[in-house]
Design a protein around this ligand. Structure first.
Ligand code: ASP
Length: 348
């Protein structure tokens, strides 16, 4: 294996090939439609991992692949139980000496949430790379096979060590913290707004053009253990918009949620009626995180709301869905009170 910090070549002696585990969870990459011209009407998660790998014979030149079918779902239906199963399996595999990296095939819909969850809970510096597809495996110009090949290229590359959880998609390598799905149909659906991709992968070559600044994986205090399956703190997301009311917030507080992330307008600004409901929720012990529905940029603390006075936490540059993941993990780790929770959002 080429140990150059920034690149690899495909001319690797077979005996030196790394062992990479491919964990399949379903998604469009494992989707199938009635005919090759159908890219929207298909069933996700019906093609098994063996068939996914068989479609990419060149994988055998990159790595010894150990495949596992973890689930076969449409990722819109991702669950806490499956998150726990996946995180536990990734950590168990990476703890063994012979597995050098993990590739996870996933649906695109919640990929950014799973990737960020693993970024904060994997206890290894070895590469973990998620990939997916926008077109089902049966489609003309299906993007899954090349995305899978590229994900294995990244996972097998020394330069990917210590970078946290990565997403390889459409020839780009993204950090799990930054990446978001930005298109309902295009094959370049994943972007890292504001900061851009970490690097690229093409024809077996892997190049990182910037590093990951915030702590992740082994530097995080968060952990998923066997007990995590059913014990996730309830955190929900509400949105601010013209004419918003506090009805949903009051119902959530009544239901006993531990946290609420608000997808505010602009710089996380919140309709006055909704904001009063959220302030009352804080008074009842609910952690409230102010994020933005805009899709890029960050939310300034004490900017569009008096966060310290209201007891609100701000999400920094995490979108509402990733902010929810961090809030759940921080609450599960025993974090309480806006000041302590804000520290987690400032750090991660
Ligand atoms: N609904 C699919 C999923 O997330 C979409 C995709 O994979 O592109 O599983």
């Amino acid at each position: 294996m080429n140990t150059s910090p920034s690149s690899s070549s495909s001319a690797i002696p077979l005996s030196a090939l790394p062992r990479i585990a491919v964990l399949a969870t379903g998604g469009t990459i494992a989707g199938s439609a009635q005919d090759a011209t159908s890219t929207a009407g298909y069933q996700a998660g019906v093609v098994g991992v063996g068939q996914l790998l068989a479609a990419v014979p060149a994988l055998s030149t990159l790595a010894h692949i150990q495949a596992e079918q973890i689930a076969s779902i449409d990722s819109k239906d991702m669950s806490f139980a499956l998150w726990a199963k996946l995180a536990l399996r990734v950590n168990a595999l990476l703890a063994t000496g012979d597995i050098e990296g993990v590739v996870i095939t996933h649906g695109t819909d919640t990929l950014e949430e799973t990737a960020y969850l693993l970024h904060l809970t994997v206890k290894s510096t070895k590469p973990v790379v998620l990939t997916a597809a926008m077109r089902p495996s049966s489609a003309l110009s299906a993007d899954g096979p090349l995305n899978l090949l590229n994900a294995v290229s990244v996972a097998a590359n020394r330069a990917a060590h210590g970078q946290g959880v990565l997403v390889a998609f459409n020839n780009r390598i993204h950090s799990a913290r930054d990446v978001v799905k930005t298109s309902t149909f295009a094959v370049d659906a994943f972007q890292s707004p504001e900061v851009g991709a970490l690097g690229w992968v093409q024809d077996g070559r892997v190049e990182f053009q910037r590093g990951v600044v915030r702590p992740h994986t082994v530097a995080c205090e968060f952990a998923i253990d066997a007990a995590s399956t059913g014990a996730w703190p309830a955190v929900e997301i509400v949105t601010s918009y013209a004419g918003a009311t506090r009805v949903i917030v009051d119902a959530l507080v009544q239901a006993g949620v531990r946290g609420i992330v608000v997808a505010g307008t602009g710089n996380g600004s919140i309709h006055a009626a909704l904001q009063q409901g959220l302030a009352d929720a804080v008074a009842r012990g609910v952690a409230v995180v102010r994020a933005s529905r805009v899709g890029s940029g960050h939310v300034m603390h004490n900017g569009a709301a008096s966060d310290d006075a209201l007891g609100f936490i701000t999400a920094n540059s995490l979108n509402p869905y990733k902010a929810r993941v961090l809030l759940m993990l921080a609450l599960a780790a025993g974090g309480t009170g806006p000041a302590a929770l804000q520290q987690a959002f400032d750090l991660y």
